[in-house]
Design a protein around this ligand. Structure first.
Ligand code: GLN
Length: 553
């Protein structure tokens, strides 16, 4: 008989931001290494139907999966740690669930019954959990419930999980990722907040099977026991998860604490001998810690400032992509965040452009709207003229085209329709398919989204990097290179080295190697496909050139 599908629900205790997503991803890595096929599912309790309409400064990066669904940045971690693509069914928001139930109600699907949170919302959640397991054909689904215990927003999801456990007690486990603070005045690790979180979870009728206790330092046995007793658990089910140097060590630490086997035992599963073990992951994690020679990469963006904090969450996939390629080349990635606004307007007059030379490479990542655009254009111009390796991602490619049109073709007014549709040279224009959606005020999911193929041109940097003619990459944009300008731009020296298979859309632009060591932009987001065990070829090529400084001006 086939073993029934197993579910691991991961819930946060005490506070958010303690690494629940990394814990889930690492559980995935660990169980995969033990020979089980795993899919990870993220529950976002927001009423947004997808993450596409959320501001990156507030919510972090919008991660696009192959299908085009716009999801939470945790999904990026899942794909990176599992080294596998995820499906639409691996992402659930409250908005999706409610929208489905309300539409069904409007279509008289409930046969005149009163439609209520219990059972209808709960059952729709359960249906989605089970459907994701089916679509993925996996052995185990790890489900991260967003937020922390005690939030109003995630109660329905916890209730759905509890109900599943009532019917299938052997197939469902709960893991709580909690936090044990060490107040500086006391200098002692306090377990009370975690005990309270456990009690809060108990009040929902759920007892956790495993606790992952996050803290600055490893937890001592006394505290482990205290928590074990207060949550009626064997002490070995309390896993100490101290802060560590690199997130890639988390799964290795979990393995040391036997978490994989404890999970399998709690799920009534037998160990398998087919797993390939953690060897490859261990080698990677070791490399991360052993590289010392730096490569300095600057990211010029605008989503950095939230109050007094500098937030890099908005570009997390870009940062990760840089890191994996740097590690693979034996370099320590040192990433500098540059605020584009420091290079425009009044500030441009005094800005120290020369300081940009200290970077081995410059990236302008994706973005929207007008803020910081002139600053980014000024930096791109400098990188082009001084032959500093430049990599433009999506908006970063569109701006590279605008800069080239303004300063090389002499079209001083060149712009994107996103900023000035009345410019005399709209070199980046709205895609016809998107015009209609916008006219209807339909912004959610209204872009060109998800995986599309491109055809690469022989003899280009892109072709050399990928080593093949047809590639597939993920997109998220409304605008594209205006076909009317393609010939003019090419005549002026820029090469469109990647185009859509029908030749209509320009996907990669680059300057030939004899003109610039690396001046390349992609209309897609290569960062979404970079994985620790499979760095992205374009990022690797960019870093390779960045390391080799001899071609600079
Ligand atoms: N704002 C640009 C567009 O919509 C670029 C989008 C992006 O960088 N993701 O086309």
């Amino acid at each position: 008989m086939k073993t029934p599908h197993k579910y691991i629900f991961v819930i946060g205790g005490v506070m958010s931001g303690v690494g629940k997503g990394i814990a889930c991803s690492s559980i995935g890595t660990l169980l995969q290494a033990k020979g089980f096929s795993v899919n990870l599912l993220k529950v976002d309790p927001y009423l947004n139907v997808d993450a596409g309409t959320m501001n990156p400064t507030e919510h972090g990066e919008v991660f696009v999966i192959n299908s085009g669904l716009e999801t939470d940045q945790d999904m990026g971690n899942y794909e990176r740690f599992l080294h596998r693509d995820l499906a639409n069914d691996d992402y659930i928001t409250s908005g999706m669930v409610y929208q489905h139930v309300i539409s069904a109600e409007r279509a008289l699907k409930y046969g005149g019954h009163c439609v209520e949170a219990i059972p209808h919302i709960r059952d729709e959640i359960i249906r989605r959990f089970q459907h994701s397991a089916k679509v993925n054909q996996s052995d185990i689904t790890v489900i991260e419930i967003g937020g922390t215990v005690g939030d109003y927003q995630n109660i329905m999801f916890i209730e759905a999980a509890r109900t599943m456990k009532v019917y299938h007690p052997q197939d469902v486990v709960f893991v709580m990722v909690s936090y044990l603070p060490i107040p500086s005045k006391l200098g002692e690790m306090k377990s009370k907040p975690t005990q309270n979180a456990i009690r809060q979870l108990n009040s929902y009728g759920v007892n956790t099977d495993i606790i992952i206790a996050r803290s600055e330092v490893p937890m001592d046995h006394k505290r482990k026991e205290k928590i074990a007793v207060s949550c009626s658990l064997p002490v070995e089910n309390v896993i100490s998860a101290p802060d560590i140097e690199s997130v890639f060590d988390v799964s290795l630490n979990f393995e040391k604490d036997n978490l994989g086997n404890i999970l399998l035992k709690s799920l009534h599963m037998k160990k398998r001998s087919t797993g390939k073990g953690m060897g490859e992951w261990e080698d990677f994690a070791k490399k991360v810690k052993s590289v010392t020679k730096p490569v300095n990469i600057a990211i010029v963006g605008k989503y950095f400032n939230t109050g007094d904090f500098v937030l890099t969450d908005a570009y997390v996939s870009v940062l990760e992509a840089i890191k994996y390629s740097a590690y693979s080349l034996g370099r320590k990635p040192v990433i500098h965040t540059i605020n584009a606004r420091d290079y425009e307007g009044e500030k441009a007059k005094t800005a120290d452009f020369g300081a940009l030379k200290k970077f081995d490479g410059i990236i302008v990542p994706g973005g929207f709207g007008e803020t910081g655009i002139e600053g980014k254009l000024a930096v791109i111009k400098y990188a082009r003229e001084k032959k500093i390796p430049y990599f433009g991602l999506c908006y970063g490619m569109q701006l590279m085209i605008i800069e080239y049109a303004r300063n090389v073709l002499g079209l001083k007014d060149a712009n994107t329709a996103e900023i000035n549709p009345n410019s005399s040279a709209v070199v980046i224009d709205i895609m016809p398919d998107q015009k209609k959606k916008l006219a209807e005020g339909n912004y959610g999911g209204s872009m060109r989204l998800g995986a599309y193929e491109s055809k690469l041109k022989e003899g280009t940097i892109a072709m050399k990097a990928y080593g093949k003619e047809i590639i597939s990459e993920r997109h998220r944009h409304r605008y594209e290179v205006n076909p009317e300008y393609i010939k003019k731009i090419e005549d002026a020296g820029l090469v469109f080295s990647g185009v859509s298979p029908d030749g209509r859309l320009m996907e990669i632009a680059e300057l030939p190697k004899n003109k610039h060591p690396f001046f390349l932009g992609t209309q897609f987001h290569p960062e979404f496909l970079a994985r620790p065990l499979a760095p992205h070829p374009l990022f690797t090529e960019f870093i390779k050139v960045a390391i080799n400084k001899k071609n600079r001006n």
